[in-house]
Write a protein that binds this ligand. Structure first.
Ligand code: HEC
Length: 136
């Protein structure tokens, strides 16, 4: 479907009114590219996997894998609520890493809970490059 510029403009206005963050919609590859650019270095899947599975001394003694499992192609379980957590790897859950605001919110929250500080752009690039390397 091709939309006239006017129709596209109207759509964008509608989306904005509905609170849909149009400008934030992205692909996992775009988000990874953003973190790589910020970090000034490519992500390392090996480092990402290691970080993901490291249990940090802290308030909870959690790793990312505590809730997401060591195999993020699989669903996990929330350590506190016991609720299921859908797979984190985009090849197994196409909703993942498609919204910068959401991704930043969870990186911030989870890195603080697990590591006791926010993750750097380089660490986010590492984790994402590992998650994106997991294929069906
Ligand atoms: C206490 C449980 C828990 C731990 C520990 C945890 N997460 Fe999560 N994570 C969640 C939940 C719950 C969500 C949001 C619900 C959902 O989307 O399934 C989420 C969502 C995310 C998202 C959002 C992805 C998207 O696009 O939807 C990212 C990124 C993420 N987590 C990364 C991490 C990283 C990195 C760590 C380790 C530093 C970590 N998480 C540790 C529970 C956890």
């Amino acid at each position: 479907m091709t939309l006239s510029p006017l129709a596209r403009c109207a759509l964008a206005l509608l989306a904005a009114a509905a609170g849909v963050p149009l400008a934030q919609a992205a692909t996992p590859a775009e988000l990874l590219a953003g973190y790589v650019k910020q970090a000034g270095a490519p992500g390392s899947p090996e480092r990402g996997q290691r970080l993901f599975n490291t249990k940090f001394d802290g308030d909870f003694n959690w790793s990312c894998a505590t809730c997401h499992t060591a195999d993020p192609s699989q669903p996990g379980t929330h350590a506190v609520s016991g609720k299921p957590v859908k797979p984190l790897a985009p090849a197994f859950n196409p909703e993942r890493f498609t919204n910068l605001t959401q991704v930043e919110f969870h990186f911030k929250l989870n890195c603080k809970d697990v590591i006791g500080r926010e993750c750097s752009a380089g660490e986010k690039a590492d984790v994402m490059s590992w998650l994106l390397s997991l294929k069906r």
